[in-house]
Design a protein around this ligand. Structure first.
Ligand SMILES: Nc1ncnc2c1ncn2[C@@H]1O[C@H](COP(=O)(O)OP(=O)(O)OP(=O)(O)O)[C@@H](O)[C@H]1O
Length: 253
């Protein structure tokens, strides 16, 4: 489904990502872990097209993405839920989700924002898709509430619904559990597991290694921009290089 070859990106003198190879199978849930600054977010931004690579490339569903801007990659089925993503205040839960679909449609965000007449039919379609996405994350009873009144755990579900509304084939989740309380984390983990069971390919960056270990089929470990280990959660957990990388982080912080 996704093949990454020799992917590199530097900022100034620092390699955020260096010579990364990775292959993610269709329907797989791939965990990506590593200490702070390991390059996890950079990897996601390179896949989604928000950053350009210095070297190497990304192939998605048989297609080279390297020259495609982010919106073309979104149209091909790549959705990203950003770290620290926010809900739009002053909009309902449903409207928040509809923005996700507008971003991926031909008419686009501005046509939607300006409410042009050509947009009316598409609007109904998108509303139906938004409601389906809300149902998928268990927010169907919340559609008409102001988004900012949702508890944080439900706001994360809303961000997931927004991504799902574009009907992606690959979902990139950048630290979806950060800042959540234990019960909210559990609910989110259940939701991600449900999405995986529907056949969606998911990549999950998360500092909560326990959560990744429970959810992922395979885990890739990054450190200082390089892949230092990859395998099943059991294989990765026992890998001395992984233990050393995390011990290094603890000693340094
Ligand atoms: N836009 C940027 N400009 C300069 N340096 C950057 C930029 N983005 C990332 N970096 C650097 O690249 C390296 C990798 O950063 P990245 O955010 O990808 O790591 P990360 O694994 O996601 O970290 P964290 O777990 O702390 O979010 C870090 O050294 C970071 O400071």
């Amino acid at each position: 489904m996704l093949t990454i070859e020799g992917l590199s990106r530097h900022f100034g003198g620092v390699y955020a990502l260096r010579d990364v190879d990775m292959a993610v199978a269709r329907g797989e849930l791939r965990g990506v872990i590593g200490p702070n600054g390991a390059g996890k977010s950079t990897l996601f931004h390179l896949i989604a097209g928000h950053l350009r690579a210095d070297h190497g490339g990304v192939t998605f569903a048989g297609r080279r993405l390297d020259r495609l801007p982010a919106h073309r990659r979104a149209a091909l089925g790549i959705a990203i839920v950003f770290q620290e993503a926010r809900v739009f205040r002053g909009m309902t839960v449903r409207e928040n989700v509809m923005v996700g679909a507008h971003a991926a449609t031909r008419a686009g965000f501005w046509t939607a924002a300006l409410r042009l007449p050509a947009h009316a039919r598409e609007e109904r379609l998108i509303r139906a898709r938004a409601d389906a996405a809300l149902a998928r994350v268990g927010l169907d009873g919340w559609a008409d509430r102001p988004a900012e009144t949702l508890p944080l755990g439900r706001q994360r579900s809303l961000q997931l619904a927004r991504a799902l509304c574009a009907e992606p084939r690959l979902l990139l989740l950048d630290e979806p559990a950060s800042g959540l309380r234990a019960a909210e984390r559990e609910a989110l983990a259940g939701l991600i597991a449900d999405l995986r069971r529907t056949g969606l390919t998911i990549m999950l960056v998360e500092h909560d290694v326990g959560l990744v270990t429970r959810l992922a089929d395979r885990i890739t470990v990054l450190d200082l921009g390089r892949v230092i280990a990859e395998g099943t959660p059991e294989q990765v957990r026992g890998d001395p290089r992984v233990v050393a990388a995390y011990l290094g982080e603890e000693a340094g912080s």
